[in-house]
Design a protein around this ligand. Structure first.
Ligand code: ARG
Ligand code: ZN
Length: 845
């Protein structure tokens, strides 16, 4: 039942117009459809198939004459004329019982939809594929006060409302919302002079928490006009916050639907990170209006066409709004933690996959984040002007179409004259390329020798060389930059690059700005890293040098029981003291590589990682840093206050982050005294939660946890944090029992995806707890995945990635993880989503 990119065929029938009427009822909603079909002139195929799942067909007619189609679990087929006709049908669905949160479902008494990728077929019979685009008109009948759908409002009265969306769109962009909602509103006048009404709809209890989302939306609209020349194209833009949602948010045309955690914020309840996420995701969904909606994907294999580009655009926006250097470092931290992890395990797949069983399993870090890296590389290779020209051509040429990656690359070729046939391998080859670099210096000539190699991934034993933009700079031994950033284009398996006329052997700064999503391998030493940490002009590489030092120290601590290297501690001290550096940067530089990252590094060096040893070494290093830099913390803590009212902007957020980093180290020296006071005095969630996690990390904080729960017990989003903190930060020997007891908590509403992710997902991030040698962590997660899979396959399958690193570990752990996966695989009624995931995971063994 796998589908292949190579098997694409165009749709037999095209749709000219869709009219839908919804008579909403929790257990018996009626959906009446009227759809104008016409034969697709591009194909001779005339088979009439409509997708449809879990629908009760009440009636169907063609051009007014009743018909009796053949119905299967996937849809229906029907004899039809071979000329244009009108299809009419009425179906019944039960949104109340829809726990999968796909199609039309209910969340706290409100109706909402999620159609991407293939949820529309749970609403009515339709050719549910992205290359069938049509204008929609929607009538909603319900007693609920707010009734929303895509497009512009065209009429409303007692118990009904009508919406018209003039822009042809695929069914996955359909949306409907009905409920008791209140709006935070504003208007925006586009550069084309269109006055747009903006509304962010939330439940009455959440009123007042949408201001930041609204502000982010306005800034996104302005930014897209300024930097991409893209203006909004409807009279209203609605956003709705929903508590039960499988993912972050959805870009439905003119009616974005958001997980409430990415809309609602107040200083008391949201952290700086939450604000940052809201800004980014609001921008992301808004940017989809052009990259995704006006130009959509021909089929789901092309998902990265819209997602990679839109992530790249939201990263650019966030860099402009905050700090490019800090943003790049944060993006690379996530890329490595999620995408490299995926790319180096059994779930590795190309940015454009060639086959899938369940497309929902491919909304991955590879499609999104690596997809965005490919756009960044393209931009670097053709230059900013070439990129702008190509994008202009893309919008001109493909507006209103369902496009492919070939179309995308072609606009770059046509706009810039560059041949991208080798570049296109980035889309088809999975795996993280390794770049091995050695160097020579002789008679003033410095040579970099570069070899590239990509390890095998499932189904792809061999890889051809890719085009790798390698940004480098050279520093002289006294710290001056003798060669500023230059982009070398690595295209061969092995290649050398020469720099002439140098007075002394330079120190190379390689892969500046993380110019390609590769793993750089180079024999170097702590002195060189400390030198780059002190002198590199490239902020990413300056951070990277510190990170590499920390990683080497940790690896030596784990494998040889070594003491933390003084070179690292001294370099860190100098960096922390450097007031010329942005506080946000210093906070990042004080962070250590995560436990999972270290496990991957050890595994890459041929060492079987021991999660407990890694955890212990990391804790020891934190304490050593605390002690070694002892005199710095209190002054830093006192210096990094933020006078004035709370502002979520980058400057204050950076100061709070650095202040909390200081506090975390102080807590290791004063048993948490200062952190307790900080918690008690906090007047914003960043400080409150920050202090609480510091206490939990040093094994204290039980009393504060109780106080926190008493204070916030009624706030779902804040309580998610309370749950997640405990499962993700519990000490290794207590994580399993803490997590199981939290699953008994009366507020563990496990059918709510946010709560499930907080408790079970939080636990899976607790590497040492999850990998408890008894296997109890694996069993706990497997039990819950089995349970959730029966009600919500999408969220359950997504979390099975907790096991994607299973082949890294020792034989005993591997056997236990395999047993857990086999137990899941053996369940009757396993979803297609979960079936595919465990199948791919087990195939690695
Ligand atoms: N297109 C949405 C976004 O990027 C995400 C939709 C996820 N859908 C899914 N089936 N997992 O914001
Ligand atoms: Zn997206």
């Amino acid at each position: 039942q796998a589908l292949y990119l190579a098997d694409y065929t165009p749709p037999a029938w095209l749709v000219d117009r869709v009219e839908l009427t919804f008579r909403l009822h929790p257990s018996a909603t009626r959906v009446v459809s009227r759809i104008a079909f016409r034969p697709n002139p591009e194909t001779a195929n005339r088979r009439f198939f409509l997708h449809g799942e879990d629908l009760t067909l009440i009636s169907a007619a063609i051009d007014g004459t009743p018909v009796t189609p053949d119905i299967t679990p996937e849809g229906l087929v029907c004899d039809v004329p071979d000329s244009p006709f009108t299809w009419e049908a009425e179906v019944e669905i039960a949104p109340e019982g829809n726990t999968a949160l796909e199609g039309l479902y209910m969340s706290n008494g409100m109706y909402c939809t999620q159609c991407e990728a293939e949820g529309f077929r749970k609403i009515t019979y339709y050719p549910d594929r992205p290359d069938v685009m049509a204008p929609f008109r929607v009538r909603i009948e319900s007693d609920l006060p707010v009734l929303l759908s895509n497009g512009n409002p065209v009429g409303q009265g007692e118990g009904w409302a009508e919406w018209d969306d003039p822009w042809p769109k695929p069914a996955y962009l359909f949306a409907l919302v009905a409920g008791e909602l209140v709006a935070t509103s504003d208007t925006f006048t586009t550069c084309e002079g269109r006055k747009v009404e903006l509304n962010i709809w939330v439940r009455p209890a959440d009123q007042g928490k949408a201001d930041y989302a609204l502000d982010s939306l306005i800034r996104s609209m302005r930014w897209d006009e300024e930097f991409y020349g893209r203006a909004y194209d409807l009279d209203v833009f609605n956003i709705v916050a929903v508590d039960d949602f499988n993912m972050g948010a959805m870009e439905n045309k003119g009616l974005n639907i958001f997980n409430s955690r990415y809309v609602l914020a107040s200083p008391e309840t949201a952290t700086d990170r939450d604000y940052e996420n809201i800004e980014r995701i609001i921008a992301h969904e808004y940017f989809h209006n052009w990259t995704g909606n006006r130009i959509t994907c021909r089929d789901w294999f092309q998902l990265c066409l819209k997602e990679g580009l839109t992530v790249f655009r939201d990263q650019q926006f966030a860099g402009d709004a905050r700090s490019h250097a800090v943003k790049r470092i944060e993006d690379v931290i996530t890329l490595r933690a999620r995408q490299f992890r995926e790319d180096n395990g059994p779930l590795a797949h190309p940015v454009r996959p060639e086959s899938y069983t369940e497309i929902n399993n491919f909304y991955t870090a590879t499609v999104y984040e690596k997809g965005a890296e490919l756009i960044g590389m393209l931009r670097r290779l053709v230059g900013p002007e070439g990129y702008d020209k190509a994008l202009t051509l893309y919008f001109d040429r493909h507006d209103g179409q369902a496009a492919t990656i070939e179309d995308w690359l072609k606009v770059f070729e046509d706009a810039t004259g560059r041949d991208l046939s080798q570049f296109s391998r980035w889309y088809s080859q999975a795996g993280t390329p390794r770049l091995k670099v050695t160097d020579d210096f002789k008679d003033g000539t410095y040579t970099l020798n570069v070899e590239q190699q990509t390890p095998p991934t499932p189904g792809q034993p061999e890889k051809a060389p890719q085009v790798i933009p390698l940004a480098v700079g050279l520093l002289s031994p006294n710290g001056d930059e003798v060669v500023p950033t230059t982009v070398l284009e690595v295209t061969e398996a092995a290649q050398s690059f020469r720099f002439d006329g140098l007075g002394a052997r330079p120190i190379p700064s390689l892969l500046r700005g993380f110019s390609a999503p590769v793993i750089l391998e180079r024999d170097t030493n702590a002195e060189e890293r400390a030198f780059l940490l002190a002198h590199d002009t490239d902020p990413f590489n300056k951070w990277e040098a510190g990170r590499a030092l920390a990683r080497d120290v940790l690896v030596a601590m784990v494998t040889q029981g070594a003491a933390p290297a003084p070179a690292y501690l001294d370099a860190l001290a100098a960096m922390v003291r450097d007031e010329a550096l942005d506080p946000a940067f210093r906070a990042l530089a004080l962070g250590l590589p995560g436990e999972d990252q270290l496990a991957e590094d050890l595994h890459a060096r041929g060492i079987t990682p021991d999660p407990l040893a890694i955890h212990t070494a990391r804790e020891r290093l934190k304490s050593a840093v605390a002690t070694h830099l002892c005199p710095l913390w209190v002054p830093l803590y006192d210096q990094m206050t933020c006078p004035g009212p709370y502002s979520p902007g980058a400057a204050d957020a950076g100061r709070r982050a650095l202040r909390l980093a200081a506090l975390a180290h102080m807590a290791r020296l004063d048993q948490g005294t200062k952190a307790r006071a900080h918690f008690a005095q906090a007047n914003n969630m960043t400080d409150e939660l920050g202090a609480l996690s510091i206490l939990i990390e040093i094994g204290a904080g039980e009393e504060e946890l109780d106080r926190f729960a008493k204070r916030w017990g009624k706030d779902r989003l804040v309580m998610d944090k309370w749950f997640a903190l405990q499962t993700s930060l519990a000490a290794p020997d207590r994580a399993v029992s803490r997590t199981s007891s939290l699953t008994e908590h009366p507020d563990f509403h496990w059918k709510n995806p946010n709560r499930f992710r907080a408790v079970i997902g939080g636990f899976t991030m607790n590497a040492a707890g999850f990998h408890d040698p008894s296997g109890a962590g694996y069993d706990l997660v497997a039990d819950w995945l089995i349970r959730l899979d029966a009600v919500n396959p999408q969220t359950a399958a997504r979390m099975s990635t907790a096991f994607e690193t299973w082949t890294r570990y020792d034989a005993d752990r591997q056997a236990r993880m395999r047993a857990a996966l086999e137990r899941i695989a053996g369940r009757d009624g396993l979803s297609r989503d979960m079936g595919e995931m465990v199948g791919r995971l087990l195939a690695a063994g």
